[in-house]
Design a protein around this ligand. Sequence first.
Ligand SMILES: [Zn+2]
Length: 320
Amino acid sequence: MYYLGIDLGGTNIAAGIVDKNFSMVAKGSVPTGREREYTDIIRDMADFSKRLITDAGLTTSDIEYIGIGSPGVCDRENGILLYANNIKFNNVPMAKEMQKYISLPVYLDNDANCAALGESMAGAAKDVSDSVTVTLGTGIGGGIVINRRIFSGFNGMAGEIGHTLLIADGELCTCGKKGCWEAYASATALIRQTRAAAEENPGSEINRLVDGNLDLINAKTAFDAMRLGDDTGTRVVEQYIRYLAEGIANIIVMLQPEKVVIGGGISKEGETLLKPLRKAVKERLYYRKDDVPQAELVAAELGNDAGIIGAAMLGMQGGF
Ligand SMILES: [Zn+2]
């Protein structure tokens, strides 16, 4: 049996077919065209799914179900996308609309939850039953997995750890609240912090790396400057790691998962990020001795495939 996972993003609709060993046997993507009506976007999702199935040499009867990971807030029970900012979907009956074109069961969940489920079943947390996956991107995506099932609260909205408070009355967040963790520890926040440091220290390696064009600063620039021995770059990275550590320590204090998986582009820094981060997180726990096992901090393993693989596994969690 095979499972089809779709990761609906603001830019692309990525989809893949996963076998019972959680390996991807086919994958691809088409542009979302997010300004369009939801009916057009969902028809494309269905058409592309059918094409993937045919290209893999399969038929619809080989597919057990379709799982969809979507940005925004989902009513998982009824397969309705209640709200998604970046694709302008409001109360969209995703499952029902998909089933107009393909007669298969359809499961729906938030994309960060799907990424967490993917890492839990087939990636960096596959050897443990409880994990939290934190994806550092434009915002901070969070997914809580307990006993290998997504935990999303009674209303489907749990796990939005990017919007927990880091600093009261702090930086304005995209959600309209002030001081959210993601306003300090997302990739977007790191870029903003790098830029501010470059403006204050025009002689830094940061400025040289982008030839003075601060618009070219990305989430890697401060790390690159640090690797060149630059004081400004080093300070930006150290401060960013402190912000990141505060939020991760909060997750650990609250949930004590066996693993915290760090994903998103910044996680490609590997041990350059993780080694100082582990130390900074440990300093922030309320119990720091080694006589009890502590949550392990690891880099995500599935990259962009986590969302597709996790979506393809939504139906394996049991009925909802
Ligand atoms: Zn927020």
